[in-house]
Design a protein around this ligand. Sequence first.
Ligand code: ANZ
Length: 830
Amino acid sequence: MSDGERLGYGQEEIETKWLEVWDQLELDQNTPDKDIGQLTGDKLYILFAFAYPSGSGLHVGHVESKTALDILARYSRMQGKSVFFPVGWDAFGMPAENYAIETGIPPAITTKDAIDTFRRQIKRLGISYDWGNEVATCDPEYYRWTQWMFGELYKKGSAYRDDGPVNWCPQDQTVLANEQVEDGKCFRCHSDVIQKQMKQWFFRITDYKDELIDGLDTVDWPESTKKQQKDWIGKQEGANVAFRVKGTETDLTCFTTRVDTICGVTYVVIAPEKFTEFGLENLVSEERNTHVEEYLAKAHYKTEEQRKKGEKDKNGVDTGLMVINPVTQEEVPLYITDYVLANYGTGVVMGVPAHDQRDHAFAIKYGLPIRSILENDQNEPQGVSAAEGILINSGQFTGLTSLEAREKISQEFSEQIKPATAYKLRDWLISRQRYWGAPIPIVYDPQGNPHLVKEDHLPWLLPTDVDFKPTGESPLKSSKEFKERTERLYGKGWKPEYDTMDTFVDSSWYYLRYVDSHNTTEFASAERLKKWLPVDFYMIGAEHTVLHLLYSRFFTKFLRDQGYVTFDEPFQTMRHQGMILGPDGKKMSKSVGNVINPDDVVAQFGADTLRTYEMFMGPIDIAKPWDEKSVNGVYKFLSRISRLVGSFEQTPQPQRGNNLEKLLHQTIRKVTEDIEKLKFNTAIAAMMTFVNEWSREQRENQTSNSVLSIEETAAFTKILSPFAPFLASELYYLVETEKGKTGRKQDFMVHLQPWPIFDADLAKEQEYEIPIQINGKIRGTVTVTADTLHDEDFVFASIYNTAVIQERLKDKHIQNQRYIPGRIVSIVTD
Ligand code: ANZ
């Protein structure tokens, strides 16, 4: 950029003007209403994960992912695809409710305001969403169908009620969501959170546990995310081993993945809940009873998180009972400990302290024997998973490898040892003792039996006459209207369910509603679902690797089994976007004060600069710090384009196949290929190179060999348009009317044009042979391409690397060297 080059191009005026034109024409509205048969090309359903409309408005991270998908959408439309690119709001949830608790302003009001702000901000960025299908989960017309889905699950036995643990703050007397528990403490008053058992609603996601693993092989997702889903489901093959409680007929079954270590068992541990479940308390001797009871009471109050974390400091209590190892017939003590989770495996574990770290710590603490049974692992167990090796001290099995021993032991003791599979995945607890969510559509008769709210009564409206202040009970309980409504519709003594649904339920099926969001008789018609689903390209933040994606997959599979949809996986291709960091390289946060507000950037530089800059920052999937200087650089780049095209003249007549034209076709090829690979940063870099060259030619040469035709100038505005749609629209319009055409603006809409096709011949990398002069005589040539034509360092590096030139310059000192781009290299020696 030469000094004194003017900055700015009236972006504010241009952008406001085109926003109005697009709005009036409603260009991308209601795509699914159109018959695909009439639309040309393949369907492409592009989706950005449902966003929560936070009160603080859009942040630059939203801009990144939305722009990336908008580029894909605009590009694909120009490639002739039928693109569906909807938007909506995951609008129920905690922040609005917490705000209501603080201020008393109902969540419905703050949420509506937040959505309005988001919508305005997104439109201002020129994101070409299909606004005609907007949905919000807090809209009764939406949650009517969330409730209907609950009903379908309920009717099939896949929604059920059971005792479940909730996080409970004893100080505030309230249930807390998982996100409100920080390090085992209440986020508000910092007192220790305990577990409380309450009747809760669950969805039977475990019915699909194997399919949720296998289905991952059929989708194009980042491997790391697939792995996290598998780890969450946590499938483990192993065996159930029965240990008889001495002097009883009771067998305690231990789940183990290492039956080969059975001769190293020196004790057995049982989860507190299981101990009670088996009725073993009655067998405990009087002298131990107080210890055991005390321990059981304490364990009860720990959350699962605390129990997992407590692994380093393992606590337990000796029950005084003995159990019998079915293989060695040895008697070993039975302990109760809360490091054994009640709901994984069988809730009973055989302790092998020589080879398992967790068991080792426990044995040390309680002075239990540690017996090595693996030749190669005789000291303290190392690493998280136990070693494999050759067995020792294992009677008839000594000398076998771990693998052989597992098979042999299981075969010989097939009565007491059965193959088993354990899963970490639990059924999904969906009850929330919160206000701002969809009410669970259940009513209870006077005997307390649950009944589904009748379909005629959907949407089962969220009452508004509630007290938001936490009381230790579900806020819906404070609504008079809710109770009266239930009695009026169902009879005296009937009560509504006061809990609402986890907001993850709302977002598990939203991508289905989009295709038919105005349908009042079904959640979406079979025809439209068949036409548009599954989602072809999904983008979601890297922090969402498990829950939302797993729940959506579960919903899809459930609905498929009921015959509502015909596909198995909702999101075919999925990618994560990386985080945008503050200028200091740290995560943007209000408290650190490094937050960049997109509105400010738009006000100063325009939306095109913000979009293009964010795409230029680096690969989409990595974390990148904000760089003010680079924002300016992008602004200059767009200003330069505006000037180049704005001052465009048809004279002199361009010569076909000239250098600039060649570079343009190379640029079209590069941008096309890069968009397909989501490499937006390198696509922009290629356009920058082209613009620099174009600008240089215009400044220095202005010959028929260095200008572009009208068509080619228009082609450039087309490849720019997905990135900087406002400026590209303006310039395309300018260039087209220059051709002498007249008409309305919509006749010259750049994003309704077909994507330019590059001429493969012209796009071929052009090579230049540059003569090398040494002390006035031509001694050879160097070959450079258009890319490197102006790269002096590269040119000299290649010259000094060639053997012929090295030979010539041997023992000489270079006094002077000069490169005239494209013409000659001159070297003078002593
Ligand atoms: C004996 C043994 C010996 C074990 C050894 C491991 C190593 P992963 O891989 O994490 O699934 N286990 C079983 N049920 C448990 C429960 N409810 N809570 C805590 N731990 C439990 O772990 C499987 C192993 O975790 C099982 O194999 C069992 O310990 C323990 F050298 O049995 B193992």
